[in-house]
Design a protein around this ligand. Structure first.
Ligand code: GTP
Length: 320
């Protein structure tokens, strides 16, 4: 992940700023999604101005004055087949080895079982990676039962990870917010010193907008990646159902801005007589239609926004 830390957001960064990646793991139904949403809201960044990575889906970003916590997810990670199979597959292992901290979720209202032990054993293979045990759904049990569960989880930690056990054990309830802020603090405390990894700003309720932006970005960079390394931001302005279409034949209007830094880059994206942009649109549209399961009308606009990566005001205007 060191690649990703390189100068994405340079400039004045407060002393002691921390930024990094965390992931929540745990057996199915442990409360990972609900907890992620409680930490970052059900919103995810709409833009796809992100460090190159194919392994993670970003579930959300927690922005603080002194820290940024990027919660990631791995496609397939939570499928029991993957997690409870013979071993974690390479993808999952690679992701886990790249995050800065792992929150291992165990529900308060279910006894620690073989599934949890299996996951703990896999986490132990990662060596020194900070693993924080998160006892979820605390609202469902009495204080006594919660205390007993904390002891059981601590015992599992010592059994599997050795004498020190889990780095921290934090009971939470995503439902009533109990200790969610504490968990955030604990995760952030395990993040390395680093400038922010992502711009602060606009979030959307539509996770699919992120994927739409990503598909367009991929299509737009195809073949010209070297010429436009970090200079392309894709902003999905809106995704609206076209009025007057019948229910069984809907059409979505997807309006998108592509921002580049220089007129020369705009020319590259657009191509001779708009030929390249047309190809980009066609390619991206196919992916978007497959993703959303409906026909799509894709409206792409290329704009020049000078030095947008370095100018917070500009980022704000662009909706970052
Ligand atoms: N009472 C209570 N219920 C919760 C809490 N967190 C999650 N749940 C419920 O537990 C169930 C599973 O939660 P999810 O967040 O979907 O769990 P998950 O670990 O993401 O599940 P998978 O996607 O199957 O891996 C849902 O019905 C949630 O509503 C909590 O803090 N309190």
């Amino acid at each position: 992940m060191s690649e990703q830390r390189k100068g994405l957001m340079t400039g004045a960064v407060p002393d002691g700023y921390r930024a990094g990646f965390a992931i929540l793991v745990g057996r199915p139904n442990a409360g990972k999604s609900t907890l992620t949403n409680a930490m970052v809201g059900q919103k995810v960044a709409i833009t796809s101005n992100k460090p190159q990575t194919t392994r993670h889906t970003i579930r959300g970003i927690l922005h603080r004055d002194d820290a940024q916590l990027v919660l990631v997810d791995t496609p397939g990670l939570h499928r029991p087949r993957t997690l409870l199979g013979q071993r974690l597959n390479d993808l999952v292992a690679a992701t886990l080895s790249e995050v800065d901290a792992i929150g291992f979720c165990l529900p308060a209202n279910e006894a620690v079982g073989p599934g949890d032990r299996f996951i703990a054993q896999q986490l132990a293979l990662l060596g020194r990676k900070p693993v924080i045990a998160v006892v979820t759904k605390a609202d469902l049990v009495s204080r006594e039962a919660l205390a007993e569960q904390l002891l059981a989880v601590a015992a599992l930690g010592r059994e599997v990870l050795g004498d020190d056990g889990f780095r921290d054990i934090v009971p939470v309830s995503a439902k009533d917010g109990f200790q969610v802020a504490t968990l955030e603090d604990v995760l952030i405390s395990h993040m390395p010193s680093s400038p922010p990894l992502y711009p602060d700003g606009e979030l959307t309720d539509e996770p699919e907008a992120v994927m739409v932006a990503e598909l367009i970005r991929e299509a737009a960079l195809e073949g010209v990646r070297d010429e436009l390394p970090h200079s392309l931001a894709v902003v999905v302005e809106e995704i609206l159902p076209r009025e007057g279409r019948s229910e069984d034949n809907p059409l979505l209007d997807v309006r998108v801005h592509l921002f580049v830094e220089r007129p020369s880059q705009k020319a590259i994206i657009i191509g001779k007589g708009g030929s390249r942009l047309k190809e980009v649109g066609t390619r991206a549209r196919k992916g978007i239609e497959a993703l959303l399961g409906t026909k799509v009308y894709l409206d792409l606009h290329v704009k020049v926004a000078k030095d947008w990566q370095r100018d917070p005001k500009q980022l704000g205007r662009l909706g970052f």
